[in-house]
Design a protein around this ligand. Structure first.
Ligand code: PRT
Ligand code: ZN
Length: 297
């Protein structure tokens, strides 16, 4: 951590696609904030952690220079910086966060002559991700010209600036609206938790570890359910086989009921009525499905 600071800083996108969910995740991790007057900081009220609100493009740089220890940013932005300056110590991706999902893809005009990857040789491709695209082309030994644009990449083919584009896609609606379609995915992206490459002292490292464990716990609780039930001991193998995508369930003995057990199982898949009815048919009773708010593993 910076010599003059005794609080962690985490960089988050100020306003954009990742802002709301990034802050919601930090709140679920137990942080409470108060906004600074200039809206650049959110001061942590219950932990020595402050949030710096910035443009997403600035997050890798803030991590590299050590102005922030952690950041929440799209993998596409993080890796573009790493690929653009390969000799520099780069931030590490600690954890994928499960939101902001998209892919960086090469797209070509509908009904045009470009039908396969090989057809890209000798073309001009417009992108805001030149390092990713150069890396992808180099790995396949395809020689194409990269045209760097910082916005509205999707209209480049219509303007005659490029034959193809390499841009982020989520629903595909923007491509369709511009009479383009995907040829190939260059990389898959989502929001990630990233760590500064600067060496941290022991106290800071411990604080970072604690916050990361909390964030992981808040995130891993998403979509996880706790299933609780009681059943005859003899039904245990059949019931265990039926549990959807569960880790090993806990099996507890019940007082004065040697032939019965209580089962608790974390399940990542949806547990619908059909599952519960099947479990009941196998002898389960007292079935309960609870949302999991937080996990510390
Ligand atoms: O102001 P600031 O620089 O902070 O924000 P920004 O405008 O650069 O970024 P922003 O808020 O648009 O996106 C932030 C991050 O969200 C990106 O870096 C990605 O990690 C992630 N993300 C997820 C996306 C998309 N989905 C996405 N669909 N970022 C951009 N798009 C754009 C894409 O560029 C294209 O123009 O949406 C359009 C395509 O969307 P579909 O749904 O039509 O396919
Ligand atoms: Zn940006």
């Amino acid at each position: 951590m910076n010599e003059n600071r005794d609080r962690l800083r985490i960089a988050v996108q100020k306003s954009g696609r990742l802002s709301e969910q990034s802050l919601a995740l930090l709140r679920r991790a137990g942080l409470a904030f108060r906004a600074s007057r200039d809206r650049l900081f959110l001061y942590g009220e219950n932990m020595p952690v402050d949030v710096l609100l910035v443009r997403d493009d600035d997050i890798p740089g803030l991590l590299i220079e050590g102005s922030c220890e952690l950041g929440i940013v799209g993998r596409n932005v993080l890796d573009e910086q790493r690929l653009a300056v390969p000799d520099q110590p780069a931030p590490t991706e600690l954890q994928a966060l499960g939101f902001g999902g998209c892919r960086l893809a090469i797209a070509v005009p509908d009904n045009g002559p470009l039908g396969s990857i090989d057809d890209l040789a000798g073309t001009r491709i417009a992108t805001s991700y030149p390092a990713h695209l150069a890396d992808w082309l180099r790995a396949r030994n395809i020689k194409a010209e990269i045209v760097v644009l910082n916005g509205s990449v999707e209209i480049a083919p219509r303007l005659g600036k490029a034959h193809a584009i390499c841009d982020l896609v989520s629903s595909g609606a923007t491509l369709a609206a511009n009479q383009l379609h995907e040829l190939v995915t260059v990389m898959k992206s989502e929001a990630v938790l990233a760590l500064s490459p600067r060496t941290q002292n022991a106290t800071t490292a411990a604080q970072i570890e604690r916050l990361c464990a909390r964030i992981a716990g808040a995130q891993s609780g998403d979509g996880v359910r706790l299933l609780m039930l009681q059943a005859p001991r003899s039904a245990l193998p059949a019931i265990t086989r039926l549990l959807p995508a569960c880790n090993t369930p806990s099996v507890l003995s019940l007082d004065n009921q040697p032939d019965a057990v209580a089962i608790q199982a974390l399940c990542s898949d949806a547990l619908d009525w059909h599952h519960l009815e099947e479990l009941k048919r196998l002898g389960a009773s007292g079935l309960m499905v609870l949302n999991v708010e937080r996990m510390l593993v």
